[in-house]
Design a protein around this ligand. Structure first.
Ligand code: COA
Length: 141
């Protein structure tokens, strides 16, 4: 098993992993061009796990200069429970810390019980009851 930074050529395999992972929502930002722009903006921070040459886990990692943001944590169903998610998180947070980013957030859908259970089980992560997220999207018209 090896953890390495995601590169643009990984896009088809990652898209396939994300599509077969219930609980992950794909958006226009997951298309090839915005995916590459995200990687370029956050060099070497997003990570994947390879097992016998196959991509089996992913984590997109970015920051805004103050806080880190994690997305698309996914481990192939056949590879769960082997510490791959933990390995990705540890390396991602170390990468962010190397840039001076010591605090990170992840947004988890309320109707994703398995994901919520995962995050609740991570001793170094705290569920926030004091924050309500508001979002907006600029209309392209
Ligand atoms: C959630 C997910 C990423 C976990 O991946 P994983 O590789 O099986 O997790 P790990 O083996 O690294 O587990 C790390 C720790 O979390 C615990 N854990 C893993 N999945 C858990 C779950 N669903 N509920 C509670 N605890 C869980 C493990 O027991 C382990 O605990 P330990 O460190 O005390 O041994 C994986 O199940 C997945 O891809 N789910 C679907 C996508 C998803 O929901 N992603 C999260 C989006 S926010």
């Amino acid at each position: 098993m090896s953890v390495r930074p995601i590169v643009p050529a990984d896009h088809p395999a990652l898209l396939a992993l994300w599509r077969r992972t219930p609980g992950l929502q794909l958006r226009g930002e997951d298309d090839f061009d915005p995916f590459c722009a995200y990687l370029e903006r956050n060099p070497r921070l997003s990570l994947l796990v390879e097992l016998d040459g196959r991509i089996v886990a992913s984590l997109l990692v970015g920051h805004d200069g103050r806080r880190g943001y994690l997305q698309h944590l996914a481990v192939d169903e056949s590879c769960r429970g082997r510490g791959f998610a933990r390995a990705l998180l540890d390396e991602a947070l170390a990468g962010l810390a190397g840039l001076g980013i010591d605090k990170s957030h992840v947004f988890v859908l309320r109707d994703a019980p398995q994901a919520l259970a995962f995050w609740a089980a991570q001793a170094d992560w705290e569920g926030r009851g004091d924050i309500q997220v508001y979002s907006t999207r600029r209309s392209s018209e």
